[in-house]
Design a protein around this ligand. Structure first.
Ligand code: 3PG
Length: 391
């Protein structure tokens, strides 16, 4: 693909699609990580003397309708602060009618307020393309969506290039997934097997060890014949879990299963934690974390790994008494010499809670796009850049 850093941008109208879909509360951005991650491309274009337009989606507003709740105004405030100068927020921009000076950045209101954005109508994408000389796709977090501002515009803009963040994300994910240092370990946590089934299936063919956590692990525990009591578990997927384990064992890879677990009787912040042997769970128990023996086994695996890909906690870490397993994993990820890659909202929350942010080799800004990459799917917004570059 063409990279933004390869282009002469002096005096050019540059349209940057970033992913600034950040959490907002009472009109204020509560985590600016995605904005920070987008700054390098914006600053690069500014320094190069471009006329910079930045846009993003925020939330999922009704298409074609303005709503104050989904306005990029709070994002604009953060952007102004980071750039140290005011950033104009342009509300109705799709038909042009505004000027941008060389070395200026303007923020174009939520792309999802535009008709035809989600459906990626050519008419909408062509209007976007008319506004610019260069389109820069930097929204890795939205690269799995074929929308007018992530995909359509790339067909029609005079030049379509990859931004600095997008390039970096693709390099990190490709390194971990396509040419991993071995042993390769994946940690896939979360509540349901069903929502991560395609990820589990794709990874089961690649990794040397696949650590399953949370509700997902309960289904696997049940698949080995253990009682999981009232724990979150998908009975209908027990045969699928058995087939996955069989397939992995057949090629010399493993899914480590917990030998001890931490249980409670109800999902509650004050529920006492009770440590049990994995074979001693009774009918009214709920498994909320792995026990210390199981955690130590995972720590050993992580310490010996060449690559670790982490998506999802192994317990209910938002309650401290059920967070020890996830904490141990986080610490091992911080201490291992493996290339470590993490992504997804819950995982980042755990990384922040256990304060290992600077000790992970690469933390992706993406949630859904990260999972689709793990599944081995082509990201449409990246594919179109490749097609454009190939002519
Ligand atoms: C995300 O937060 O995963 C991305 O910004 C994509 O958002 P979407 O799921 O609303 O398309």
């Amino acid at each position: 693909v063409i990279r933004v850093t390869d282009l002469d941008l002096k005096g050019k109208r540059v349209f940057i699609r970033a992913d600034m879909n950040v959490p907002v509360k009472d009109g204020k951005v509560t985590s600016d990580a995605r904005i920070t991650a987008s700054m390098r491309t914006i600053e690069h274009c500014l320094k190069a003397g471009a006329k910079v337009m930045v846009t993003s989606h925020l939330g999922r507003p009704t298409e074609g309708e303005y709503s104050e709740d989904n306005s990029l105004k709070p994002v604009g405030d953060v952007l102004s602060a980071k750039l140290g100068k005011p950033v104009r927020l342009i509300k109705d921009w799709i038909d042009g009618g505004f000027d941008v000076a060389e070395g200026e950045v303007v923020l174009l209101e939520n792309v999802r307020f535009n008709k035809g954005e989600k459906k990626s109508l050519d008419e909408t994408a062509q209007k976007y393309a008319k506004l610019c000389d260069v389109f820069v796709m930097d929204a890795f977090g939205t690269a799995h969506r074929a929308e007018a501002s992530t995909h359509g515009i790339a067909k029609f803009a005079p030049v379509a290039a990859a931004g600095i963040l997008l390039t970096e994300e693709l390099e990190a994910l490709t390194k971990a997934l396509l040419s991993p240092a071995r042993p390769m370990v994946a940690i896939v946590g979360g509540s349901k097997v069903s929502t991560k089934l395609t990820v589990l299936e794709a990874l089961s063919e690649k990794v040397d060890q696949m650590v399953v956590g949370g509700g997902i692990a309960n289904t696997f525990l049940k698949a080995t014949g253990k009682n999981v009591g009232k724990s979150l578990c998908e009975d209908d997927l027990v045969p699928v879990a058995q087939a996955l384990m069989k397939k992995m064992t057949a090629r010399g890879a493993t899914i480590p299963i917990a030998v001890d677990v931490v249980c409670g009787k109800k999902f509650d912040a004050n529920e006492p934690a009770v440590l049990k042997d994995a074979g001693a769970v009774v009918d009214d128990d709920m498994i909320f974390d792995i026990g210390p023996k199981s955690a130590q086994e995972l720590v050993d695996i992580i310490m010996k790994a060449g690559t670790v890909v982490w998506n999802g906690p192994v317990g209910v870490f938002e309650f401290d008494q059920f967070g020890e397993g996830t904490k141990k994993i986080a610490e091992a990820i911080a201490n291992t010499s493996a290339f470590t890659l993490a992504g997804g909202g819950d995982t980042i929350a755990a990384i922040q809670k256990y304060d290992i942010y600077d000790k992970v080799s690469y933390i992706s800004t993406a949630g859904g796009a990260f999972l689709e990459f793990l599944e081995g799917k082509k990201l449409p917004a990246v594919e179109i850049l490749e097609q454009r570059a190939a002519g």
